[in-house]
Design a protein around this ligand. Structure first.
Ligand code: SAH
Ligand code: SF4
Length: 329
């Protein structure tokens, strides 16, 4: 869009660098602040290119001050949420790639909304830039970006990929790809396409069950057409080629997938694979019947005894419904 603008007015190439510098690197908060451009050009930018396609609605901070959930509205009047999580020297932005989600995992708040709208790459970037601007006022930076907000990234593949290319582009945000994680419920065909793009970001697979039957029950919208076996085959060929470790997310639901047997089955499934299991304590959602597991520590112990590397995700922002899977309007 900026390139088209520069071309339209027959501007010299350095103008594009000035726009990128201001917008993606110095995090200006309006076109008026782009003072490297003459006033008439700034006015044209204002008329032609929206500074943000998302409209800010509200901002909610957790009691401990470490989590900040922001509600935005799209041009089509759909709502999305984005979250900033502060932990030690990390500032992680959790972005949405859709309003709602068509996958309908039975434990997830977003999944209960159905799909309202796919976000385009600009709308995904708008969320990140919003927090970059806020933090830059305090001389801080976004350090990590996770695609773990509303929506399934692989069902909005091109827009997600485009946003990552802009994030990582040296001339634009120049953000390290190693600090970007895309979490997916595991649409196999699109996962192949995504991995084939070699974007260099980290991949997290939402597994949540160690067998096809349970996975289908928990994640019907994806697991019934994307068999666990095929998913693992796809990941195996990727790890063989790339030697990169894959994170498997496993949300522990009381008396559903948190038994000793479940842990042993999971350990068997991942044995010999380059894997890290990230256990997620369930964030309870009003209207959904699931409860937090009481066996997180035991589950972890069983996995570790069997040689599986395992971490427990720190949950942030539960009191403002900004934690994993609580995003829903
Ligand atoms: N659609 C993608 C990314 C968004 S969800 C995916 O499913 O991977 C990010 C993570 O939060 C996923 O692992 C998801 O399964 C998990 N999650 C969903 N609902 C949750 C809840 N209520 N509590 C904890 N984790 C949840
Ligand atoms: Fe969609 Fe992910 Fe929620 Fe499943 S867990 S409904 S894929 S957002």
């Amino acid at each position: 869009m900026f390139k088209q603008f520069v071309k339209k007015y027959n501007l010299p190439n350095y103008r594009i660098t000035q726009i990128y510098e201001g917008y993606y690197k110095n995090f200006i908060s309006s076109w008026d602040e782009l003072t490297t451009l003459p006033k008439d050009l700034r006015e044209k930018l204002k008329e032609e290119i929206p500074f943000s396609k998302l409209i800010f609605v509200s901002n909610n901070t957790s009691k401990d001050g470490n989590t900040n959930k922001v509600l935005f509205k799209t041009e089509k009047d759909n709502y999305i949420e984005s979250v900033l999580m502060k932990e030690k020297d990390r500032n992680t932005v959790c972005v949405s790639c859709m309003s709602g989600c068509p996958v309908g995992c039975i434990f997830c708040a977003t999944g209960q909304m159905g799909l309202n709208e796919l976000l385009d790459s600009q709308q995904i970037l708008d969320q990140i830039l919003y927090f970059c601007r806020e933090l830059s006022l305090k001389n801080e930076k976004v350090t990590n970006i996770v695609y773990m907000g509303m929506g399934e990234p692989l069902l909005n593949l091109e827009n997600v990929a485009r946003s990552i290319m802009i994030i990582a582009d040296k001339e634009k945000m120049a953000f390290s790809k190693r600090r970007v994680t895309v979490s997916t419920s595991g649409h196999v065909q699109n996962l192949r396409i995504f991995l084939g793009k070699n974007l260099g970001v980290k991949i997290a697979i939402s597994l949540h069950a160690a067998n096809q039957k349970l996975r289908e029950r928990l994640m019907p919208g994806v697991a019934s057409n994307n068999y666990l076996e095929n998913l693992l085959d796809t990941i195996d060929s990727y790890t063989q080629k790339s030697n990169k470790r894959i994170t498997y997310e496993y949300v522990l639901l009381r008396n559903v997938n948190d038994s000793v047997e479940d842990a042993k089955e999971l350990a068997n499934l991942l044995k010999g694979r380059l894997a890290l299991v990230n256990l997620i304590n369930y964030n309870e959602v009003d209207c959904l019947p699931f409860k937090k597991s009481k066996k997180t520590v035991l589950f972890k112990k069983i996995l570790e005894e069997r040689g599986i590397t395992c971490t427990i995700r720190k949950s942030l922002g539960e009191d403002i419904k900004g934690a994993c899977g609580q995003l829903g309007i």
